[in-house]
Structure formats: structure tokens, C-alpha cells
Design a protein around this ligand. Structure first.
Ligand SMILES: Nc1ncnc2c1ncn2[C@@H]1O[C@H](COP(=O)(O)OP(=O)(O)O)[C@@H](O)[C@H]1O
Ligand SMILES: [Mg+2]
Length: 311
């Protein structure tokens, strides 16, 4: 990671809502230019609150934020000009055309009209052939892309995507990720929130885990996945077992209730899952199974793991 000043610097940020609810607790985080950073956490963790404070929509109750070196309160306009925000809730004017709404957004930031740029943005987002369509006639995935186009219209340095995959089908999601990566390649810093660990895994260079308003972990994705990317394979046995032969000891299998199933835990990022070897070893021992399935450790499990290890 470079030693240059971070493009976004969050220091000791906290937020207590008027209700008295403490939604953010002393969050500090630096983001470098050109990163894709995923803020991962369950619903209610404080992700949208954090983004809303950075963007100046909600006031923090403690701490401060620098966007490209500009304080987001004292120097709001300069800070906000660096940011493109795609909010969690789609809010577009249904009766506007794609072209009009995107061009208008640029104007809101006091930037002079730049039709060539708007054209490029719409083309990059595969929206060009819809430029004259009214937004209400578009599919959910297209509407989401219009929101991205609007957010990019004033050439921000940082793009926030709050739960970008919500309501977007798998195929479009893949397309959207390609678009996001291409944007990053042009130097835009991307910060996305998600409650899907798979999404963070797919996209991010670095992941921050937030829970109950606290940033409990910030880690390079690669390292995080090594720590947390465990998968379990469960085999439903034909005949129950009460004990396992010595030759199976290296697999650390867990025998389920009544000896009817065996569970094997492996590292999804390891070079070898060991599954083939395990199945061979079981066959040699004459242990037959009638079904098998895999489960990935959920975010919930991960939080339990994190909270557990911190105590
Ligand atoms: N305006 C508000 N007043 C009081 N509590 C709020 C308000 N907005 C959000 N919260 C609460 O703050 C917590 C964090 O919400 P949010 O930032 O939206 O979480 P996330 O985006 O991670 O799902 C939730 O418990 C939510 O109910
Ligand atoms: Mg949210």
C-alpha cells in the first residue's frame, strides 16, 4: 500500500441518534486512492449511517472526516464534490429521461455541461440505448445503473455504493462488478457496503467488518478470507458410526448426533480442500454416505468468532 495521504480519512467518528441510540462508536479508518473497500456488516450495523455522515447527509456527534483533505463539515462543498453517492434506496425521478437526470446531476455540483462525458458514462454503463427512455420504464437493474451514472456525472474521486446488489439479479450483478472494476482502473476509489460476505470476497481489496456500530476488523481481503473462509462438508452416512478408524484422524471429522453424519471443515483458500483424499479414505474404510452438502461460514458465525476471540 502506498504512503501517500489517504483519499478518505475517518477519525473517531461517532453517532448517537436523537432517540439516544448509539449507531457508530469511535470509528477510525483510512482509505487509499484506487482501493475497492467493502464495508461488511449485518443489517443495522451502521453502514448507511457511516456513509451518510461522510456524505454530509447526517451529522456525526463526534470525530471528523477528511475527504481528499477537506473537512466534510467545515469545507462541505469541496469535500462533497469529491464524492459520488449511490444510495441504498433508489430515488430517481420516474418521469425524467436517463439523459436528462444524469446531465442535471452534474449541474447540481456547479459543473459546466459536458455532453461527451455524459455519453461516455452512459455507454460504459450500457445505458446509451436507453438515454431517451423515461426512468419509470426501466428494470430495477437499469435504474440502479442510472443511479451510478448520476453519481459519476460530476467526476467524483470516490464512489460510494450502498448495498449495490440489493434487488439486482446475478447476471446483472456480474456486469455491474465489471463496471466497478473498470471505474477503479480509471483511478476512482470505490467504497461499497454489503451484508453478503461473498460480495466482499468477490470485489474488495480490503474489507472492514462493522457490527453494532463498531469497526471490529479491517483487513486485506486475502488475509481475511484465509482467516475466515472456512467451509464445511457434511456427509449423511448410510450406516451410523460410533467411532472412526485411526486412519481418518488427520481429517478432524466431527461425528453428528446419533453418528448419522460426519462434518469436515476445510479452508476455502487452501491449496487443497482435501475432499478428494477424504472421500478416498472413507471408501477404503467402507464408510458409505447417501448424501453430502457444503455450507460456508456465515457472517453471523464470523461475528460470533470475532466477538468470542475478543473476550
Ligand atoms: N434516524 C434514525 N434514528 C434512530 N435510529 C436510527 C436512525 N437511522 C438509523 N438508525 C438505527 O441505527 C442503526 C444503524 O442503521 P444503518 O446505518 O441503516 O445500518 P445498516 O446500513 O448497516 O443496515 C440501526 O439500528 C438503525 O435502526
Ligand atoms: Mg444500510
Amino acid at each position: 500500500m502506498s504512503n501517500t495521504a489517504p483519499i478518505l480519512s475517518i477519525s473517531h467518528l461517532s453517532k448517537t441518534y436523537a432517540s439516544g441510540f448509539s449507531a457508530l462508536k469511535d470509528v477510525s479508518l483510512d482509505i487509499q486512492k484506487g482501493e475497492i473497500f467493502a464495508l461488511l456488516g449485518p443489517n443495522g450495523a451502521g453502514k448507511t449511517t457511516l456513509i451518510s455522515i461522510i456524505c454530509g447527509i447526517v451529522n456525526g456527534t463526534g470525530g471528523h472526516v477528511l475527504v481528499g483533505g477537506h473537512d466534510n463539515v467545515k469545507d462541505y462543498r469541496a469535500a462533497r464534490a469529491q464524492i459520488g453517492l449511490v444510495p441504498q434506496e433508489l430515488t430517481t425521478d420516474a418521469f425524467e429521461t436517463v439523459w436528462a437526470t444524469t446531465s442535471f446531476s452534474r449541474g447540481l455540483f456547479g459543473k459546466t455541461a459536458n455532453p461527451a462525458l455524459i455519453e461516455k458514462i452512459l455507454k460504459d454503463l450500457s445505458l446509451w440505448d436507453k438515454k431517451d427512455s423515461k426512468i419509470r420504464t426501466l428494470s430495477g437493474g437499469m435504474k440502479r445503473r442510472v443511479m451510478i451514472a448520476k453519481a459519476l456525472s460530476h467526476e467524483p474521486q470516490i464512489l460510494f455504493l450502498d448495498e449495490p446488489s440489493a434487488g439486482v439479479d446475478v447476471q446483472l450483478r456480474e456486469h455491474m462488478w465489471q463496471t466497478v472494476r473498470a471505474l477503479r482502473d480509471t483511478g476512482v476509489t470505490i467504497i461499497l457496503t454489503t451484508h453478503y460476505i461473498e460480495e466482499a470476497e468477490e470485489m474488495a481489496d480490503r474489507v472492514g467488518v462493522i457490527n453494532h456500530g463498531q469497526l471490529v476488523l479491517v483487513e486485506e481481503k486475502r488475509v481475511l478470507m484465509q482467516k475466515l473462509g472456512k467451509k464445511q462438508l457434511t456427509l449423511q452416512l448410510r450406516e451410523p458410526v460410533s467411532a472412526l478408524p485411526e486412519s481418518l484422524a488427520p481429517f478432524n471429522l466431527q461425528i453428528g448426533a446419533g453418528g448419522k453424519d460426519l462434518t469436515y471443515t476445510y479452508d476455502t483458500k487452501g491449496e487443497h480442500s482435501g475432499i478428494t483424499t477424504l472421500l478416498d479414505a472413507l471408501r477404503e474404510q467402507g464408510i458409505m454416505f447417501k448424501d453430502l452438502n457444503t455450507t460456508q461460514s456465515s457472517l453471523e458465525d464470523i461475528f460470533v468468532g470475532l466477538v468470542g476471540s475478543a473476550q
